[in-house]
Ligand binder design. Structure first.
Ligand code: HAM
Length: 413
């Protein structure tokens, strides 16, 4: 019989991977809670229209990458990202009545029908933050701080923050017209995707990866438009303030005028955090301001900003540094005493197991060396003297200690 395999672009997260995933989730809760953010969990599928209107029907995500299906004549889509879903919930649950800022964080699976490659899956996980209700650039600075400090808490430092301002719909319109004028003479030489983008979404021309297109966009006449300070005065002030805050807070960043992001809802600040250790799919975090989305999805006129990070990419950076071993394996031929000691350890927050089949001492020790950091040996002598022998399974050192000292001993390694 043929074996049914996991679907292309999806992966099992196996028990040995879990310590890293728990670590990422616990740190998210810890760090984002410090900023006053509350966790939200929205459904994995939503009305297709939410993404068409929210993410934008000129984007690759909506046009090519959605998992859409019909049920009872309704068109439903597995969420390709979670900003639209969180905004829907914000509106539906009247969260605009809460005192601003409303800070929400989330984690969970997302689905995009993309060509799978290292760092790119069809089902992947994001952890993200959305902050509602503040127009000032202080919110932009705080959101970027939340992202940077979360990455620091994960022990990830070799990262770069890139920033850009897309301006507001008015000044962006002027920019789009100028960009199209400059590119027009080369229109026939562009790749088919860029030819379509030229009309529908000219900003997206800037992050095309096709070498021939990139060469055209590096021509001086086109570069002059791209590098120009096209944003209007209020947008420029907003961006300059943000840069000032980041300078004061010691957050290093660079301005990248080619950073346009692949979703339609952004205005003003956009940012990405990339790693130098990830190959071509090197963005660990993407985010930005989306001041019109709440209104466009039927809510009040409420500004917002947020980001999301790819958890598989974070996990591969964290690597398998995190130890998945038990702290203690209790080696004992007296089942009652063994169970009692193991329970005592667990009650004190130590991960511990005990051989439930009462194998020979030597076999139990062998098992301990495979699964735990320490063997806690409880022989007849130890039981009588109310002591235990602790063996460090890394260096084989062992010592006999009083049972009351056991917890302390197992925490230091
Ligand atoms: P995004 O840039 O599409 O933004 O995704 C954010 C992050 O999710 C990426 O930087 C990457 O780490 C990860 N990611 C995206 N696609 C894949 C994939 N196919 N496989 C693995 N990882 C992936 C958003 O989704 C916006 N909702 C972010 C946001 C929140 N903007 C404002 N608020």
């Amino acid at each position: 019989m043929t074996i049914i395999k996991v679907q292309k672009g999806t992966k099992d997260i196996l028990p040995e991977d879990m310590p890293v995933w728990h670590f990422m989730e616990e740190k998210a809760n810890e760090v984002f809670t410090k900023y006053g953010a509350k966790e939200i969990r929205t459904p994995i599928f939503e009305a297709t229209e939410l993404f068409a209107r929210g993410v934008g029907d000129t984007t690759d995500i909506v046009n090519k990458e959605m998992y859409t299906f019909e049920k009872s004549e309704r068109s439903l889509t597995l969420r390709p990202e979670n900003t639209a879903g969180v905004v829907r919930s914000f509106i539906e649950n009247g969260m605009h009545r809460l005192s601003a800022p409303v800070k929400l964080w989330y984690k969970g699976p997302m689905f995009r029908y993309e060509r799978p490659q290292a760092g790119r899956q069809r089902q992947f996980h994001q952890v993200g933050v959305e902050v509602f209700g503040i127009e000032q650039s202080t919110a932009d600075a705080e959101v970027i701080l939340m992202a940077v400090n979360y990455l620091k808490a994960l022990g990830l430092n070799d990262l770069s923050v890139e920033l850009n301002s897309l301006g507001c719909p008015e000044c962006r319109e002027v920019f789009k017209t100028k960009l199209k004028e400059a590119i027009k003479p080369y229109l026939n030489e562009l790749c088919p995707d860029c030819q379509a983008r030229y009309e529908k979404n000219p900003l997206r021309l800037l992050d095309c990866k096709v070498p021939e297109c990139k060469e055209i966009y590096s021509k001086p006449g086109i570069q002059a438009v791209i590098q120009s300070d096209f944003i209007c005065e209020p947008c420029a002030n907003h961006f300059n303030e943000l840069k000032g805050y980041l300078d004061t807070l010691g957050i290093k960043y660079s301005v990248n005028k080619l950073l346009v992001r692949g979703l339609d809802y952004y205005n003003r600040t956009v940012f990405e955090i990339t790693s130098n250790n990830l190959g071509s799919q090197n963005a660990v975090c993407g985010g930005g301001r989306y001041d019109s989305l709440v209104k466009n999805l039927g809510g009040e006129d409420i500004p917002a900003i947020g980001f999301a990070m790819g958890m598989e990419r974070l996990a591969s950076l964290i690597g398998q540094k995190k130890d998945s071993k038990l702290s203690a394996y209790v080696v004992c031929n007296n089942p009652i005493e063994g169970l009692k000691l193991t329970e005592e350890l667990r009650a004190n927050g130590i991960t511990a197991e005990f051989d439930l089949t009462n194998k020979k001492f030597v076999k139990q020790l062998e098992k301990a060396s495979k699964v735990a950091d320490f063997a806690v040996i409880l022989g007849e002598d130890e039981i009588k003297s109310c002591s235990v022998t602790v063996k460090n399974l890394d260096n084989s050192e062992q010592k006999n200690i009083n049972r009351t000292e056991l917890n302390k001993e197992l925490f230091v390694k």
